[in-house]
Design a binder for this molecule. Structure first.
Ligand code: ZN
Length: 264
């Protein structure tokens, strides 16, 4: 298998992105990936695609095999991950239909979240865990094709699968969250532990429960409807981003393991 340097993680609605794809089945030492990994081309570049929840959307957020997924992509040679997500808004400025680029997360889950549980202890920095180079490329790409882009967002990661209570929503908004999601953690930090670049794109599907007067709480059906309405735009955005990714990385993501190992 030739090396693949860029991967997209997202919903199964993105399958048709890839031209002439082939499948790569693998089982890592951390277990099976969410699904077989599809490998094909976008904008002339070789891309791996992994549906986060499995092809039939059968894996809930807390049971996504994040560690196996990132390990498998690392084995393929992936250096850059583009992750797509549905998000709820807890900031009135972030409207349904907006495309947001995450620059910070607040994790509220207690999921296994490291490759370094044995043999050695490694403390990577997650101060700026989203790739600034990919973020800039994505912002430019989105604006070029006329999408309502938000260049920054703090994403609150909740365990799910349930949506938040009104009180939780208000709390998450008060502590600085802009949007809520169930899958950014630990996917983002595991990529950092592999010295990969990670871009997180959210599509705002609704306002989260009870934060703003006059906005109604969305059902899963409505969330899915809003996400699907935007899938064509998302595909266009991904193609434009991938087209503009340079061969060499000029960001600091590749150095994330430097000086991170605890002294013995
Ligand atoms: Zn980077």
């Amino acid at each position: 298998m030739d090396k693949v340097k860029i991967a997209v993680i997202g919903g199964s609605g993105l399958y048709s992105l890839l031209e002439n794809s082939e499948e790569w089945k693998t089982e890592t030492k951390y277990g099976k990936t969410s699904d077989t990994i599809k490998i094909g081309k976008i904008a002339g570049k070789k891309i791996a695609f992994l549906p986060r929840h499995g092809s039939g959307h059968s894996i809930p957020p807390a049971r996504v095999p994040y560690i196996a997924n990132i390990e498998a992509l690392s084995q393929l040679g992936v250096k850059r991950i583009i992750a797509t997500n549905a998000v709820g808004s807890i900031n009135l400025k972030y409207k349904p239909g907006d495309f947001v680029l995450f620059d910070q997360f607040i994790n509220t889950t207690h999921r296994p979240d490291t490759f370094f549980n044995e043999e050695k202890v490694v403390h990577v920095s997650s101060a700026d865990s989203y790739c600034s180079e990919l973020n800039a490329i994505a912002l430019k790409a989105g604006r070029k094709i006329g999408l309502p882009m938000r260049k920054k967002a703090t994403v609150i990661v909740v365990n799910g699968p349930r949506f938040s209570t009104k009180a939780e929503s208000r709390y998450y908004s008060m502590i600085g969250g802009d949007v809520i999601n169930m899958t950014q953690y630990p996917e983002n930090v595991l990529a950092i532990e592999k010295a990969m670049c990670y871009l997180g794109i959210g599509i705002v599907t609704d306002y989260d429960a009870g934060v703003f007067k006059g906005t109604k709480t969305a059902s899963l059906h409505e969330v899915n409807k809003k996400f699907n309405e935007n899938i064509t735009k998302l595909k266009e955005l991904l193609s434009e981003i991938i087209l503009n990714i340079p061969e060499k990385r000029s960001c600091s993501c590749k150095n994330s393991l430097d000086n991170a190992e605890a002294a013995k």
